[in-house]
Design a protein around this ligand. Structure first.
Ligand code: HPA
Length: 274
């Protein structure tokens, strides 16, 4: 028998609540190369995805597959070290299940991060982009199918998927810490192929500042459930169609790793002020 979404959430909830008394209020999804933020979480329990009902396994090497629940910057947080991607063959509902669970646990704010290609010619490798809006080119949507009205509306409004207040706060924090950031539009494509030169031209022409293979499904589901969302892209490569270089995954991971300390500072300060 296929369990309803609500029953699936309930089963996962039981496992979490049996392992910790902490009630998280902030959820964090860590993208490629960004997982080391978890080192700073205190009083924590760590659950492997394989031990949580209805969680999938991260099949990508650069993604760990662990859920951390504990304290960061004096707030109760739940952190996904590693996420699921559409190109791994998971459904949109599977990819976004952890966000459903976070909401049920009491999370009101979602902080999400990714590694992305920079299309805006001003963006350089290692820059951070605060996401102000998104374009969904995944060819799917996690809300297709039966709508669970108790979780959110059939036709969720998308006029402000990323909280203007949290964008402003992030910009201010970065400015105070002298960390360079941009604020721009993120487009999600399915991958796993990188883009052709013609696709980069197309993506730029439609208003993309950074492109990646994640984030949009989780944001849609968070918005469906009225969560406040703030998102960050680390620009790991410069996608100038005229000067395109062959992209290696290790370069993406290296750039994300070396930029992570700056993003970590922004995120910690943000958490303390939410
Ligand atoms: N395209 C898509 N996804 C990416 C890229 C890119 O150029 N860089 C890092 N993730």
């Amino acid at each position: 028998m296929i369990l309803s979404l609500l029953n699936q959430i309930e089963e996962a909830l039981q496992v979490i609540q049996n392992s910790t008394k902490i009630k998280p209020e902030i959820g964090i999804v860590l993208g490629t190369g960004l997982g080391s933020l978890v080192e700073e979480i205190s009083d924590k329990v760590i659950l492997e995805y394989k031990n949580i009902p209805h969680f999938q396994l991260s099949t990508v090497e650069s993604h760990e597959g662990k859920l951390h629940i504990g304290k960061l910057a004096s707030k109760n947080v739940i952190v996904m070290q590693g996420r699921f991607h559409f190109y791994e063959g998971y459904t949109m509902q599977q990819i976004t299940f952890p966000i459903r669970l976070m909401k049920k646990l009491g999370v009101k704010t979602l902080i999400i991060s990714n590694a992305a290609g920079g299309l805006n010619p001003e963006y350089k490798k290692g820059d951070i982009m605060i996401i102000k809006d998104h374009i969904n080119l995944l060819g799917d949507n996690p809300l297709i199918g039966h709508n669970e009205d108790s979780l959110g509306p059939r036709f969720p409004d998308m006029s402000e998927p990323f909280s203007k207040k949290l964008i402003k706060l992030s910009e201010q924090i970065a400015f105070d810490k002298k960390i360079k950031t941009h604020t721009g539009v993120f487009t999600a494509i399915s991958g796993p192929t990188l883009e052709t030169r013609a696709e980069y031209k197309f993506l730029r022409a439609v208003g993309t500042d950074a492109v990646g293979m994640s984030t949009v499904p989780e944001v849609i589901v968070a918005v469906h459930m009225s969560m406040d969302v703030v998102g960050f892209s680390i620009i790991t490569d410069e996608c100038d169609p005229e000067k395109l270089q062959v992209l290696k995954l290790e370069d993406v991971v290296n750039v994300a790793n070396s930029t992570e300390p700056k993003l970590r500072e922004i995120i910690k300060s943000l958490i303390s002020q939410i």
